[in-house]
Ligand binder design. Sequence first.
Ligand code: ADP
Ligand code: TRP
Length: 332
Amino acid sequence: MSQVTLSGLTPTSSGIHLGNYFGAVRQWIDLQREGGAHYFIATYHALTTVKKAETLRDNIFGIACDYLALGLDPEKAVIYRQEDVPEVCELSWVLSTLTPMGLLERCHAYKDKVEKGISADHGLFAYPCLMAADILIVRSHRVPVGQDQKQHVEVTRDIAGKFNQLYGEVFPLPEPLILEGQAAKVPGVDGQKMSKSYGNDLGIFEPEKKLRKKIMGIVTDSQGVDDPKDPEGNTIHELYKLVAPQEKVDEMADKMRSTGIGYGYGHAKQELFEALLEHFADARTARANLESDPDKVEEILREGARKIRPIVEETMEAVHQAIGIQSRSERS
Ligand code: ADP
Ligand code: TRP
């Protein structure tokens, strides 16, 4: 049987950043060629963070435009919104009855918040169950995500294994697909992991001026224009590796290592800015066109919702049969 792939992003902001793209979305684009790919916008998940309807609507539209502009193709993959599959909430409940509290207590989204002394709500605590439902409802075999989501896919495997053991084989055990190298943990402008929640992200579709300002603000050591600099682990160089051709990357490394050539971090930042714009030039144009055609975007998402329906209904039928509650076909 061919491999089923599923992944998604939470629309807690209206734009995808370099970490999201190189850590996750770029893999999705490669994998959609093989068929069986499902990419969704995790709209229910966003409710743990976004509490304003207007903002959420804008974010969802923004992420849909980003997906399409970056190359997710509705001809090759099913692209949909989570709310078009409300059954994930039902499945999440079923799975939660098999999920030990200890497992959820160890999950980092919740644990980090509690450790910082911030009170967490039940949605955040239970979020790995909803994520498991997202994955299992399409009976996915592989889940392409960044390093920080590995734990949640492992939790999903545990829960799926428990379900199968108790009720019979319904779900494949999904594998996380994580890229190696610098893409696994793209640094932000402060050198920490790029994340919108740290405010250190570079959005792929941000206005040029804003992007340039952020790049110029990348934190560096105090080596001057004539001092030698170590490109390894240097945030500018690490980001440059992602967006520039290899010979340019080597060139930047050589210039950084040189002494007395008047090449400072400002020059390197400017090169990074230009390479980034060039790398995403086509996507930025496509994004601007999509933004001005919301009906087209809506139609693509509705088509995704239509395509996902039979898959979801088949899984829920199997789940209902397995757990002993009436399935939809028995009820009608
Ligand atoms: P954020 O940390 O900005 O809130 P998300 O948690 O929404 O990002 O992540 C969406 C996807 O992008 C996940 O698969 C995640 O692993 C990946 N991702 C996010 N930030 C990075 C990063 N800095 N490096 C690599 N992958 C990342
Ligand atoms: N939790 C993921 C994130 O923050 C988004 C997500 C929700 C997801 N459900 C998923 C990713 C299922 C992969 C599979 O990035």
